[in-house]
Each structure stands twice: as C-alpha cells, then as structure tokens.
Design a protein around this ligand. Structure first.
Ligand code: ADP
Length: 612
C-alpha cells in the first residue's frame, strides 16, 4: 500500500485516462477486490474463513477454475482454503516444499505463471504435475511472503490456455501480500494464544501448586506446632530431669558426706570395729587392725578371712567355730553381748583378750543386710587385774613379815619384862620392833605413792635447790645406817642449782643409796659423784654389790620389778622404789637409769636440768 492515498488516487486517475472502458472496469474491479480483501483480512475471524472469503472475492474478479491457498506447515504445503477444485482428494494432499510447481513457488518465493500447459513441455518438471491434469491449461501461483519469509502460496488454474495476464499476476501478488500479512498475524495470534494458553495452563498449574503448597504449608504448620508443643513438653521434662539429676547429685553428695563421716567415725573409734556390708565385704577399722596386728597381712575381703588370719577361742581356751563367731550370729539376726574371747593372730602369734559384742544391720524393712561387731581390747584390764592380784599378794606377804616379826618381838619383850624386869633387854626388843615398824611405814608410804602416781596425784613443791647439798645430806643420813659400807662423795666445787621438790629428790637419793647398801651384803665402798654435764646436773651411785643379771634389767623400773638374784641372797624388798623414783625424776623433767652393772657391782645415775 502506498503511504500517500492522495497521490495514489491521482496516479489511478492518470492511469484511468489512458485505459479503454473495459480496462477501466477491470481496474475498478481490482481496486474493489483489494479493498474487499483488505477488509476481510483485517476482520477478526478464523484464518481459514478469511482465506475462503478472499478466494470468493478473487473469484469475483479473476476468472479461474480452481483456486486455493496452501500454507507451509512443517516443511510441506497443505491446502487451507480452496474454491472450485474438482478433485476433493487434492485438499488433503500435503506437498513437500520444493516438490512440483507449487512446491517450487513455495521454495523459491517467486511467482509462476504458465502459458498453455499442454504446449509447455519444457517447463520445470514440477509443472507437469499440474499439466498432467487434463482439465488445467493455465496455472498461476504466487508466494505468500511476509517479512522475507514464504508462508505459503496462492494458486489459481484454468482450463483455458493463457488464461492469466500480467495484471492477474500483479493482482494476485497484491492479494497475496495482504493474505500473507493476515496469515502472519493469524500465526502470531495463534502463537500468542498458544503462549497465553500455555501461560494460563502454567498459571493454572502454579495455582494448583500454590494451593497444594498452601495445604502442605498448613500441614507443615500443624506439624510444626505439634513439634513445638512436643518440644516444650520435652523441655519441661528435661528441666524436670535436670532438677531431678541435681537433686540426685545433692543426695549422692550428702550420702557420700555421710559415708565419709561414718568412715571417719568408725576409724576414730578406739574399739575394734568389724562390719560385714550388704555385699558381703568386710570393713575393719584401724583400731581393730592395730589390736590384732593385721596391717601388712593383706586385705580382709569377707568373714571367711577371719578364720584364715586369726584363731579365736573362748576365755577357757576352747576354739570358736566359724559358725559361732559373733559376726556369724549377727548375720543370722542374733545379738551377742560382751562375750570374752581370746584372739590369736596366726602370723605373729599375738594373743589379745577381747570382749566382743555383735549385732545385725537391718534395712528399713527389717531384713538383715550385714552385721557389726565391736571388739574391746581387754589386755590392759587383764594386766590391771593381774597387778591388783600381785599387789594384794605382795602387800599381804610383805606386811605379814614385819607384822609377824613385830608380834614375836612384842611377845618376847613382854616375857622378858615379866621374867626379870630388865629394862635394858626390853629396850633391845623395842628397838627391833621400831625397825620393823619403820619397814611397815616405808611399805605403806611406797604403796601410797604408787597410788598417787596411778591417780596422777603426785604433787611437787618446787624450790631452787643445790643438788650437791642434797646429795651430801642424803649420804650422811644413810651412812648412819651402816658400818660395813663407806659412802664416799665426790662433789663438784661449786653448788649445782636445780629446780625441784627437796623431799621427793631426797626420796630418790635415799632409794639409790639404800639399794647400794642393801645389794652389797658384803659391805664395801659406795662411790657417789655429783657433777655438771652440759645443761644437766648428774649424780652417779656406784656400789660393789651383787650386780643385776642382764635379763632382769628391763623390769627394774616396773612396779614390783625385782631381779632374779635378790632371792638367792635373801634380800627383802617390794620392787617399788625404782618405779617411784623414775616417776619422780620424770616429773622433774629428769632421767633415772642403770648406767652399768656386772658381777662387781652396779652404777645407777640420775640427771636433772641445771638452773643458773
Ligand atoms: P626393792 O629394792 O624394794 O626390791 P627397788 O625398786 O628399789 O625395789 O629395786 C628394784 C630391784 O632392782 C631390786 O629388787 C633389785 O633386784 C634391783 N636393784 C636395785 N638397786 C640395785 C643395786 N644397787 N644392786 C643390785 N640390784 C639392785
């Protein structure tokens, strides 16, 4: 179409002036045709319908027998609109682009117009297809081109030779141009519609997907909410569990503390404790281990170990069977109260008299879950008992001797006085009586001192004293009791000051000097030395008496400790002097010991802290 309609009209007018009347009519028909085609193609109708109408209009202007419009689809021409075509089967033929004349036009995008098909045997082979149809003598085909692309062809034919003129071809080409536009538009429209449909479908799918997602989302939300609820419950449970765990830990710590306290208590008890625990294991406290000397003998794992390590007997010596052990009784739910036993540790032979009590350990329901046994060491008790018995027999024996002798002397003196009334003879008797009474007094004094020592009531009255002076006085005092002994003192030049109880220190010195005299029955010298040694004041007393057998030396300072050789020499004594003297020295922070002894005599020594 020309861009300038005015000039188009002018040009048409010019041309009309040069035309014959027929030509003018024809031209007008053409113009009307094109206008009609223009209207048709711009109508919003189905393309096949449009093309039908175009052919109808064309038939009104150009005389043809058959006309059709074929469009290229998938590399082949297919007839979309046709008019006057006799062979109906031709409508369904799909002609590949390039095949036959129609195919040639479609492939090359050029028009083809035959003269007389019968005469034109030299035309392209494709023309023969049309030519072979005896009814067709003329054929005109023009390509439908839009934007340089061939979309199909517009073809007409006629049974007359040379039926189509140049003008027909031009007209057909003009119509083809409009048709091509319409086809292009229709195609675009179809594409757009297809795309729109596809989009709508996609949209539809998306909506469906969105709906599905929404419903899934809802389900997920529900699941999430449920999970959140469960999570909260779990959190609560966890918190509760954590609180319980903490409580359990606290209780465990408390139990551990109680157990530790109990262990410490059991360990600190001075009685021996044996516990059979719920698992059968044996707990023995350190007092029990020390009591029987069990340390180093390996662990005690159960009650069976008792028999392995120790021999248990009743006080009368009968063995105690394993079943009869207090712990065994307690494990059977029975109580044993203060049963006297003697336990002998097999490994060492150590013999321990004990008083045993045993009780079952029960749980809350009263079931026996173990047993506890308490062993009290009765060694000291037995020793005290022995000491008492010994004291009683010694004291009664020692008292009996002077009392008997006093009794005899009194009777003798009375008889003498009655018989001859001699006061001189009576005096002899009285002096002997006095001597025996003094012995008695001394024995009673010693016993009182032992009692004071035992009850920790030995009191000291401390003074600053010169030890040399004390020794000198004691020597003089004791020298008067003997004529067969010579007491010789070797003093230091200067006084030796000490802090002490004069009376108690005289008692110690008297004990040492009187022993030196007593245990030297043959008489002889007693050498006494007093000197300072370092920080101490030391006194030694050496006699030339009977000496002390080595085996007896350990007992001299024990109460009632006497050497074995004194009996042979008939020397009486109580064995209390050295025991009391050592106690007095210790109370003065001093020492008393046997410095030397053999068959030629003994040397006792004492030392006291000096004071300036
Ligand atoms: P007592 O002389 O009354 O027996 P002591 O306690 O004074 O008691 O002495 C204990 C024992 O020590 C004496 O029995 C004796 O066996 C021994 N003893 C003490 N002094 C001497 C000594 N100088 N020589 C030999 N033995 C002595």
């Amino acid at each position: 179409m020309s861009p300038d309609p005015v000039s188009d009209v002018e040009t048409a007018a010019d041309e009309a002036e040069r035309m014959t009347p027929d030509e003018v009519v024809a031209a007008l028909g053409r113009e009307r045709l094109l206008a009609a085609v223009g209207r048709e193609v711009s109508a919003a109708r189905d393309i096949a319908d449009i093309l039908d109408r175009v052919l109808e209009h064309l038939a009104g202007v150009v005389r043809f027998k058959g006309g059709s419009i074929a469009l290229i689809d998938d590399g082949a021409l297919g007839i979309v609109a046709a008019r006057g075509v006799l062979d109906p089967a031709a409508r369904d033929v799909r002609l590949p682009v390039g095949a036959g004349i129609a195919g040639w036009v479609a492939a090359h995008g050029q028009a083809y117009r035959s003269g007389d098909l019968d005469a034109e045997t030299q035309i392209a082979p494709a023309a023969r297809d049309v030519g072979s149809n005896k009814l067709i003598r003329s054929y005109l085909a023009v390509p439908l081109i839009s934007r340089d692309q061939t979309l199909g062809i517009l073809q007409i034919d006629s049974a007359e030779p040379f039926a189509f003129s140049d003008a027909d071809q031009e007209l057909l080409e003009a119509v083809a141009a409009q048709v091509a536009n319409a086809v292009e538009r229709a195609r675009l429209h179809a594409i757009v519609q297809a795309q729109t449909r596809a989009l709508e479908q996609q949209n539809e799918q998306l909506r469906a997907t969105a709906e599905e997602l929404t419903s899934q989302n809802n389900e997920l939300r529900a699941v999430t909410e449920e999970l959140l609820t469960q999570n909260e419950e779990l959190l609560l449970q966890r918190r509760e569990l954590a609180a319980r765990a903490m409580r359990i830990e606290e209780l465990a710590a408390l139990a551990a503390r109680h157990a530790a306290e109990l262990d410490a208590t059991i360990e600190s008890i001075s009685d021996g404790i044996w516990i059979v625990r719920f698992d059968g294991s044996l707990l023995v406290n350190s007092a029990a281990r020390a009591m029987y000397g069990l340390d180093g003998l390996g662990p005690l794992e159960g009650i069976e170990d008792v028999g392995r390590l120790m021999e248990v007997s009743y006080a009368d010596g009968r063995p105690v069977e394993q079943d009869d052990l207090p712990l065994a009784h307690a494990l059977r739910g029975e109580h044993i109260e203060q049963r006297d036993e003697i336990v002998t540790t097999r490994a060492t032979g150590k013999r321990t008299p004990v008083s045993v009590s045993s009780s079952p350990l029960r749980d809350a329901s009263g079931a026996v879950i173990g047993a506890v046994s308490i062993h009290r060491d009765m060694t000291r008790f037995h020793e005290t008992q022995q000491v008492r018995e010994q004291l009683l027999s010694t004291v009664s024996h020692e008292l009996r001797t002077p009392v008997t002798s006093i009794k005899g002397l009194v009777q003798l003196t009375i008889r003498r006085l009655r018989r001859d009334g001699s006061a001189e003879r009576a005096m002899e008797g009285l002096e002997l009586i006095e001597e025996q009474v003094n012995r008695l007094v001394s024995l009673v004094d010693d016993l009182l001192d032992v009692n004071r020592i035992d009850s920790r009531r030995l009191e000291l009255h401390l003074d600053r004293l010169d030890l040399c002076a004390l020794v000198r006085l004691a020597t003089q005092r004791l020298q008067t009791t003997t004529e067969r002994h010579q007491l010789r003192v070797q003093e230091s030049d200067a006084p030796l000051w000490i802090i002490g109880d004069a009376h108690r220190l005289e008692q110690v010195l008297d004990n040492l000097l009187s022993n030196a005299i007593k245990y030297s029955p043959a008489g002889g010298d007693v050498e006494i030395a007093v000197r300072a040694e370092g920080e101490e004041a030391v006194v030694t007393v050496r006699d030339h008496g009977i000496g002390i057998p080595e085996t007896d030396r350990a007992v001299l300072f024990e109460r009632f400790g006497r050497a074995g050789n004194v009996a042979a020499h008939g020397i009486s004594g109580f064995g209390l002097g050295l025991f009391i003297s050592r106690e007095i020295m210790q109370r003065h922070h001093g020492r008393l010991w046997l410095a030397a002894s053999d068959e030629t005599g003994s040397t006792f020594a004492l030392a006291l802290p000096s004071c300036q």
